[in-house]
Design a binder for this molecule. Structure first.
Ligand SMILES: Cc1cc2nc3c(=O)[nH]c(=O)nc-3n(C[C@H](O)[C@H](O)[C@H](O)COP(=O)(O)O)c2cc1C
Length: 210
């Protein structure tokens, strides 16, 4: 089974679409988990997991952890918040500390796809991709593909964006009388390059797992 995890708190946003697009192009069984609405706190460093590699904190993480361990490969969909993984995704990554004790490394050798959604487009210098890749390395997983997907900017729907000189509408268009459809950031399905990246990642996974 190939597991796709969308770390966005928005259940049907760009991250969800991108992760599902990778899964749709994967051979064999897949499962999809959205972290939207899930309660996952950060690691509390209780060290209970050091004896059995099972997280003892009772929230939505342990059920996801089981799926992660069962999966043959994992797709991580991580929104960019302040050039870092968003809090929900970061909590999930932290909690994977439980897999590493006494040389267990329960995620060892699993192929991983990392996609990060956001407004920023500098793939080479993406801090989000770097942070998640560091997590992959520390869990002895293997990165198969890592890339950015263009995403929604809150400024275009916050009601005050048109007159806000600190926001993305001003940055992209200057002062405008109204926000017209062609100014809006592209939705996932309007980005052929993003779709191609997702399908390409799935093909790499298929090859690796065949
Ligand atoms: C609190 C917050 C901070 C954000 N910071 C950034 C940022 O620094 N860079 C960026 O490119 N996008 C930033 N964004 C935009 C998100 O990356 C974008 O809304 C998200 O990837 C959309 O994914 P979704 O549609 O799956 O929710 C931010 C959004 C929020 C809510």
């Amino acid at each position: 089974m190939i597991l796709g995890i969308s770390g966005s708190p928005r259940p049907n946003g760009v991250t969800a679409h991108a992760v599902r697009k990778v899964l749709a192009a994967c051979d064999g069984a897949t499962e999809y988990i959205s972290l939207a609405g899930k309660h996952i706190g950060g690691c509390i460093s209780c060290l209970a997991c050091t004896k059995d590699n099972i997280c003892a904190v009772n929230d939505d993480f342990p059920a996801i952890a089981e799926k992660m361990v069962q999966a043959e490969a994992i797709i991580f969909g991580i929104p960019n918040y302040y050039d870092l993984p968003n809090g929900l995704s970061h909590c999930l990554l932290e909690r994977c500390f439980c897999f590493r004790h006494q040389s267990a490394f329960l995620l060892k050798d699993k192929p991983a796809v990392i996609l990060s959604t956001g407004y920023a487009a500098d793939e080479e210098n993406s801090q989000v991709l770097k942070v998640v890749e560091n997590f992959i390395v520390k869990n002895n997983m293997k990165t198969v593909s890592k890339f950015l997907i263009g995403a929604y900017s809150q400024c275009y729907s916050c009601k005050y964006g048109r007159t806000c000189v600190d926001g993305n509408i001003f940055k992209d268009n200057g002062i405008v009388d109204e926000v017209t459809p062609e100014m809006l950031p592209a939705k996932f399905n309007e980005q052929p390059d993003a779709i191609a990246k997702c399908e390409n990642a799935a093909q790499l996974l298929n090859k690796m797992l065949s």
